[in-house]
Design a protein around this ligand. Structure first.
Ligand code: OOG
Ligand code: MG
Length: 262
């Protein structure tokens, strides 16, 4: 760790305020170029603790930067993880208010829910599939708190990986017999196809993303709990949305997820 506790607390407050006030700020590594990975996750943890102290439920975990499309778009190479805010969960068909967001984008993701906890090291796809209760179609609405949606890895980890809202489909499928690598995804914006992907875009297999999460958490003495939503990261690149836009994402075998922005 390079930062002291007071600086970590101050940066957590700064970034959470940017989220709550929907105002962009400059990336924190500009002022703290020496911060390290542990500092970045410590700031994220402090934001999580602030929310939990206020009674905000943490409803799950997310991986990010797990597909070539996202890596190309954001210019940062390594998978990262964050947490999901239960107050920001929506069901398919929802209307999402853009006035409390800075510059939202949507990305199609495959969600997993486990029936037992998983902890690395050594977690692999087979273990994830054996522990999966169901998979579900999800769309994440990301909203970086950084100006122009530009950041480096440490800044975005501290900013809870741009997590803002998420929308969940209404078909829960067991993984037995599902070829998750060949699960086709078509994302349409206002009726036009904006981007397409396949499950294999996510680290070769979306369950590999869950395994990587278990291993990343295990390295920090933590685990993935059973029963929470795990978002495996955008299979597609993120598509900017604004007031009036309609998004519909079709997932082979998992139904569709729709939302509109007001
Ligand atoms: C960082 C969050 C990445 C994903 O699914 O790749 C993410 C960002 O792109 O702003 O959630
Ligand atoms: Mg995402």
């Amino acid at each position: 760790m390079q930062l002291d506790q007071a600086t970590i607390a101050a940066l957590a407050e700064h970034l959470e305020n940017a989220e709550l006030n929907a105002t962009a700020v400059s990336k924190i590594t500009d002022k703290h170029p020496d911060m390290d990975w542990e500092d970045a996750y410590a700031i994220q943890d402090a934001i999580r603790a602030r929310k939990e102290q206020r009674g905000t439920p943490v409803s799950g975990l997310k991986m990010g930067l797990t597909s070539p499309a996202k890596i190309r778009q954001m210019g940062v190479k390594e998978p990262i993880y964050g947490f999901l805010n239960g107050l920001h969960a929506y069901r398919t068909g929802a209307t999402i208010d853009t006035s409390s967001l800075i510059h939202p984008k949507v990305e199609a993701e495959i969600g997993f829910v486990l029936n037992r906890p998983l902890k690395g090291p050594g977690c692999h796809i087979g273990e994830v599939l054996a522990a999966t209760d169901y998979v579900v179609a999800t769309v994440e609405v990301i909203d970086s708190r950084y100006e122009n949606f530009k950041f480096d890895l440490k800044s975005v980890i501290a900013d809870n990986t741009s997590a803002a809202r998420y929308v969940v489909g209404d078909q829960y499928r067991q993984v037995g017999g599902l070829d998750l690598r060949n699960l086709g995804i078509v994302l349409r914006k206002n009726g036009d196809v904006a981007t397409v992907a396949s499950g294999a875009a996510v680290l070769g297999h979306p369950a590999a993303s869950v395994a990587m999460l278990a291993n990343m958490l295990g390295a920090r003495g933590k685990e993935i709990p059973a029963g929470v939503l795990i978002m495996t990261g955008g299979a597609t690149e993120a598509i900017a949305v604004e007031k009036g836009d309609r998004i519909m994402v079709d997932y082979q075998w998992l139904g569709s997820v729709e939302m509109q922005f007001s």
